[in-house]
Design a protein around this ligand. Structure first.
Ligand code: 2U9
Length: 344
């Protein structure tokens, strides 16, 4: 029994010494120290020994077990340390290496232009309101003085969902809804940004879906000069204090009188060039005094209340400001185009 234990110890220690992985060590541990191991077997055989021999062999067996266990733990630590070393070696990060470029996204050019316009009008006391893109015929047309069958509707043909439901052709219904809700009980001073839809053939300056920002100010004693003042401030803050504006007579069913606003050409400063087609002026937006019929339909007494309204296309403003030559670039998600305009 003594020799057997001795031989077991040497055999086990030799294997521990040769072991090269933690798994091998685990196998040796199970093989020698496990329940079915030879040392346990020896201990089970103790019954056959004399009562003198039993404590001697018992103690020897435990010594052998501890020795093997001790060598196993020592080797385990060594292998774990080596494994960590290899890991650190393999996983060392060369901090001098340039980092992987993280492509940061940014606001779409249209979003930043609309936000810039919003900030400008919030600065002049307008609140920002949004509304449904699927609109009723009433709020998209009738409330804007475009009764059923009115020829001006053709200029704003859209995508119909039913006889009464369509994709809105302008954001004016949001203003009409708001006025309708107040029913002449209080002033309205708001701008409405948002997507609008027109059944147009897409080309460099037209898109079936585009963006608008419209504005409305209804109160007692609102005059055309208030509109001119607000638009002048807007133009100078958006395009530069040195720019001039001019208002030209125009027509919209929902405003009377109506105007178009131009700003002086930034290239020729009014002399006339190819950019402004020799006129010296660039058309930016339309507006006018809210048509009394529109006020009345929304419950505002047009003898007591007057108002001005305006509408612009942010794509057009972005194209002017950044020299974009095709409106479709805003929608085709070409990263080469988009990344030119995103402020990091
Ligand atoms: C109400 C009353 C009046 C909104 C207005 C314009 C003039 C205008 C164009 C700008 C670029 C359309 O997208 S565009 O081509 N819009 O010129 N919009 S007045 O008038 C309103 C709106 C709501 C209740």
């Amino acid at each position: 029994m003594r020799e057997r234990l001795q031989a077991l110890k040497e055999e086990a220690l030799a294997k521990v010494d040769q072991a090269d992985t933690l798994n091998e060590l685990q196998d040796i541990k199970v093989a020698y120290l496990g329940k079915k191991g030879p040392i346990t077997e020896v201990l089970r055989g103790m019954g056959k020994l004399s009562k003198e021999e039993r404590p001697v062999i018992g103690e020897l067996a435990n010594k052998v077990r501890e020795t093997i266990a001790g060598e196993l733990d020592a080797k385990k630590e060594k292998l774990e340390a080596r494994e960590l070393e290899e890991k650190l070696e393999k996983e060392t990060i060369d901090v001098t290496l340039p980092g992987r470029p993280v492509t940061l996204g940014g606001p779409h050019l249209l979003t930043s232009i609309v936000e810039e316009i919003e900030d400008l009008f919030i600065g002049m006391g307008f609140e920002v309101r949004e509304g449904p893109e699927v609109e009723t015929d009433y709020y998209n047309f009738e409330a804007l003085n475009l009764p059923k069958g009115h020829p001006a509707r053709d200029m704003q043909d859209s995508f119909y969902i039913t006889e009464e439901l369509l994709m809105r052709t302008h954001t004016s219904p949001v203003q009409a809804r708001t006025m309708g809700k107040y029913q002449g009980s209080k002033p309205v001073k708001m701008i409405c940004p948002g997507k609008v839809y027109r059944r147009d053939t897409d080309d460099a300056t037209h898109s079936h879906q585009f963006t608008q920002v419209e504005g409305l100010y209804v109160d007692r004693n609102v005059r055309m000069s208030d509109l001119k003042g607000v638009l002048n401030r807007f133009a100078k803050q958006m395009f530069g204090e040195e720019r001039e504006i001019r208002l030209r007579p125009s027509f919209f069913p929902f405003t009377e009188p109506s105007v178009e606003m131009d700003i002086s050409c930034k290239v020729c400063h009014g002399e006339g060039c190819s950019v402004c087609k020799g006129t010296g002026w660039i058309e930016i937006l339309g507006g006018g005094m809210v048509h009394p019929r529109v006020l009345e339909m929304a419950g505002y007494d047009s003898k007591e209340y007057t108002g001005f309204a305006f509408g612009m296309g942010p794509e057009r403003i972005a194209m002017l400001k950044y020299g974009v030559d095709d409106i479709r670039h805003f929608y085709t998600n070409d990263i080469r185009f988009l990344k030119q305009y995103h402020k990091a």
